[in-house]
Design a protein around this ligand. Sequence first.
Ligand code: GTP
Ligand code: SPV
Ligand code: MN
Length: 623
Amino acid sequence: MEGATVRVSPGQTIRKVVAGTMINAYDGRLNLNIDRIDLMLGKKNTDHPAISAWVEKTAELCQPDQVFWCSGSEAEKQSLTDLAVRQGTLSPLDRKKWPGCYLHRSNPNDVARVEELTFICTASQEEAGPTNHWAPPAEMYDKLHRLAHGAMKGRTMYVVPYLMGPPGSPLTKVGIELTDSVYVVLSMRVMARVGAVAYEHLGQRNDFNRGLHCMLDIHPERRFIAHFPQDNAIISVGSNYGGNVLLGKKCLALRIGSYLGRREGWMAEHMLILGVEDPQGEKTYIAAAFPSACGKTNFAMLIPPKHFEGWKVWTVGDDIAWMKPGADGRLFAINPEAGYFGVVPGTNFRSNPNAMLSMQKDTIFTNVAATAGGDIWWEGKDEEPPEGLLDWQGRPWTKGEKAAHPNSRFCAPMTNNPALDRETDNPNGVPISGIIFGGRRATTMPLAFQAFNWIHGVYVGATMGSEMTAAAVGTVGQVRRDPMAMLPFCGYNLGDYFGHWLKMRKNLQKPPKIFQVNWFRKSASGEFLWPGFGENMRILKWIVDRCRGRVGADETPLGWMPDPSDIDLGGLDYEKSKLAEAFKIDVEDWKKEVLAQDELFIKLHSDLPMELHFQRELLISRL
Ligand code: GTP
Ligand code: SPV
Ligand code: MN
């Protein structure tokens, strides 16, 4: 009976009530809502020896008042949500407008990922490479164990067993997160598959990710997000913000994942996955890597313009892809997540209707603006701000000030998305025909081109640059190299990571075609040259047609480029001259670009595969 939700039919008598039972679900009447009772709420729900031992050891270290084992049940969700509301961690929103939705306000010093405080603690610094912060594992364990010592006194330690990936997939991984944050538990329930499925997938094996999260006093001086790849372990302290603390996401699925992927022959990438269905019903799957806050969620949920009748885009994932060569020589991808942790500002029914529908119910909002009555608002929402708006910190809002934080987020189950692809739960994943790299570049980078081949594509991804965004603490707007959008997320030496990409080609008889896009190029007067969002379908169609060998392209120094007449502009009110500007290759700009790329190449010099040096020489000679 341990671990199960016990169902009792109306009229049946409950003889024994185990301690911890959620008695407050009893509504005092005879027609008791039986489904909402979890008789084992919070009780230990596995006897897996390694899990039991590790939880016990960690409890000795953190000294919580109690250990709460999560089962993933509905009763548990109800009970923890009520607790979060009583604690003030969550505020319920207007039930009619936002059913099942809550607002969370972060500590104002804790609103984004902190790359400066993120560490890859491999045995040698060489293994972590020059782009990661590194500390010797023993030293970091020691420091963090001191901080965690007694850190949960007076608090509850939640044990969250979770799966990254669909049950039964060979790519799927098991993680256990120990946390003293109810917000984290409730968010993990949305972002991952939580509960007995994780124990079932693990069976008797011990290769689960060990994640420990302690909030401490949420102070930047005591904030560290540390990864121990050879131990498959993560310790995160001093934060309660998304990417720092939802350990399945960036920490396991990307940093530890990329490390494991190299060892085990697969790839963990910061990529959305979408399926493009054409009017004949034929589907083409595409994966795309754009840096944080550069359009993955929007692209993954794209709705084609009216002109593209019969075309439909389906979402598999909006942030992370795990990919492995299949027996037939194609590359197959799964989305390890079960929800979206998406950027809120700028999202509306014109830019991204599917995101709006995804966050309509059962969603946790973080750092948006709200009214006392439980309505919410953000910059770029469809309607004008409501009366009595409080900003993301809960202070009365005055026009002209920021209402929502620029990195405010929605955390919504993917099953809310009307365009969720029906293959999302397929344990074998979906076959990827094309890979797109895209940065946020006001200049230089054309709207779209295709790499000449896989090696050239790896070079294109490796040299990607992008303007920094509010998704991480830092200087917004500054261009930095962000190879494959993985700079903050690669769990080992980037030079070796490029080598892994090159090596993957050997197991792919039908490798995906590789493309580069830039939705963010601007005119001299500072306006976007391309309308973006749903209109990106016009570029996506060219990409699909290239993958299927249905359309030609022109050879340029950068790669294969569409003939402007091959981009279908039907039904779009758009000046053709802008398209030429968006596709322009300015040789002087490109000479500067190649120099700027050097910065990273010099940093990585000794670890950089020779192929990439050759690609650089070839590009220079073509220019
Ligand atoms: P993370 O969740 O941080 O990984 O971000 P993401 O890559 O999923 O980015 P998202 O789709 O949330 O978009 C981030 C920002 O880029 C939003 O403010 C969007 O409005 C804007 N954006 C997305 N797509 C486009 C586009 O095609 N054109 C323009 N101009 N802006 C876009
Ligand atoms: C990103 O920054 O790429 C995100 C948000 O997807 S976070 O989960 O905070 O990493
Ligand atoms: Mn992301």
